[in-house]
Design a protein. Structure first.
Lengths: 237, 215
């Protein structure tokens, strides 16, 4: 019974030297680790940034088949116009204008996201003003169920929806003539409808919903300002 | 006989092979189950996770073994975890620099290498008590064993769940993928099958040894 009491009373006297050693060791290991992390961070930072820009560039050229280069543009809400952004810019209101070899704008890639079955799905889609249609879609990030929801990325029948998905502007240039609609699998009759996937209804509907919302805002903004896009800063005014 | 074997001075090969086979961290010790089940849905993810863990294991064992004599007993776990977390952070940056897609596929499980009990276990049980050379061999063996085990699971799951291996289609278009193998239950099923195989092998060996002892 008295055992615990005894251990307490027989505690060794406070050893300053041993305590200081504990501090010294933990502190020096901490400093060593901190320096190592900062070093690796500094070395890999430019590589990671380059990877991110390259991945985005690839995705943009993927959804705009005729484009060979792309330039990021930032939407300015106050001025209601676009201005050139740096290639590694991030945040809302960014669009990526694709240019062909003759430096003519051939389309605009726009990012959107929406709630899927598991988590947010991030999608990049390519809008061609010439065809007045969405001509390509790529899922940038999704955690949809493998084998079911992730078919929004792979299912050839579903992806066929986005070869020429009609998003024509209405006469006033401020709205879409026909907002994108989601229909049951195999019931697509109009070019602005998206056929769902059996077994992936939630994920495919989420994709259609985010495309509809985003295209209603961005297609009028982009479609009426096509002439303002150039590959360089000049001619922007 | 078994006692005699253990009291022998273990050679370099023994230190290495223990982790690969006899004391395989996954199939024999059943350690580090969280990444084993979570990121083995494809062979590529399994390989990347295995290599990342092996890297952290070898590096942290090296450092722990180097400073084993100056770390006070009371703060050894804190120090070990600090070292492990450092190497995990480094691995995290390295994977991002190598491939963003891979980093996305492995997700939070890279950071969670910190809490893989296998790594702290080797630091505490082996590296903190042995010379640097032996610690590196032990960690390398455990790392290789862990990677192989993850590959075993990832290979089976990808083959049955997607009909491919390392992204190369193998089973043809007529094969209907077993979606369940890509989902978490598939991880449990394949792990169970592998554990069954290994304990079966172990029992057979023991029966054989018992048989030899009798004759």
């Amino acid at each position: 019974m008295s055992a615990p009491v005894q251990t307490e009373t027989t505690l060794p006297p406070f050893d300053v030297k041993a305590t200081l050693r504990i501090y010294a060791v933990v502190l020096s290991v901490g400093i060593f680790c901190g320096v190592a992390i900062v070093g690796v961070y500094e070395i890999t930072k430019p590589i990671i940034a380059r990877n991110k820009v390259a991945a985005r560039q690839n995705a943009v050229l993927d959804v705009l088949p005729r484009a060979t280069t792309s330039v990021a543009y930032q939407w300015d809400d106050a001025a209601e116009s676009f201005r050139i952004a740096s290639s590694d810019a991030e945040g809302d209101g960014l669009v990526f204008v694709g240019f062909d070899d003759a430096e003519k704008p051939v389309g605009v890639a726009i990012e959107t996201k929406g709630m899927g079955y598991q988590d947010f799905i991030r999608v990049l889609y390519g809008y061609s003003p010439q065809e007045q249609a969405i001509i390509g879609v790529r899922v940038l990030e999704s955690r949809e169920t493998p084998g079911l929801g992730d078919r929004i990325e792979k299912d050839p029948v579903f992806l066929k929806n986005f070869e020429a998905l009609d998003v024509s502007l209405a006469g006033d240039g401020k709205t879409l003539a026909h907002p994108i609609e989601f229909v049951k699998p195999g019931e697509k009759t109009e070019p602005w409808q998206i056929d769902g996937i059996t077994g992936a209804t939630i994920s495919s509907k989420a994709t259609a919903d985010m495309l509809r919302e985003s295209s209603q805002i961005w297609v009028p903004r982009v479609g009426t300002r096509l002439s303002t896009f150039t590959t360089t800063e000049e001619g922007e005014d | 006989m078994a006692v005699g074997l253990q009291t022998e001075v273990p050679g370099a090969a023994d230190d290495f092979l223990a982790g690969v086979w006899k004391r395989n961290p996954v199939f024999v010790q059943v350690l580090g189950m969280c990444p084993v089940l979570a990121v083995t849905n494809t062979a590529m993810n399994a390989l990347a996770m295995g290599l990342a863990t092996a890297f952290v294991l070898v590096m942290s064992s090296t450092v722990v073994s180097t400073i084993r004599k100056i770390v006070p007993h009371q703060v050894r776990i804190v120090t070990f975890i600090l070292i492990i977390a450092t190497f995990v952070t480094i691995v995290d940056y390295l994977i991002q620099a190598i491939s963003l897609g891979l980093h996305r596929a492995l997700g939070a499980f890279i950071s969670l290498i910190v809490v893989n009990c296998l790594i702290l276990g080797r630091a505490e049980a082996f590296a903190s008590q042995n010379r640097i050379g032996r610690s590196i061999l032990d960690a390398a063996g455990m790392g290789v064993g862990f990677t192989l085990a993850l590959l075993c699971l990832g290979g089976v799951r990808e083959l049955l769940g997607a009909g491919s291996l390392f992204g190369v289609p193998l089973l043809g278009s007529s094969f209907e993928p077993w979606t369940v193998m890509m989902l978490p239950p598939g991880g449990f099923f394949s792990l169970a099958a592998w554990l069954l195989l290994f304990s079966g092998l172990k029992q057979r060996r023991e029966r054989k040894l018992a048989g030899e002892a009798v004759t």
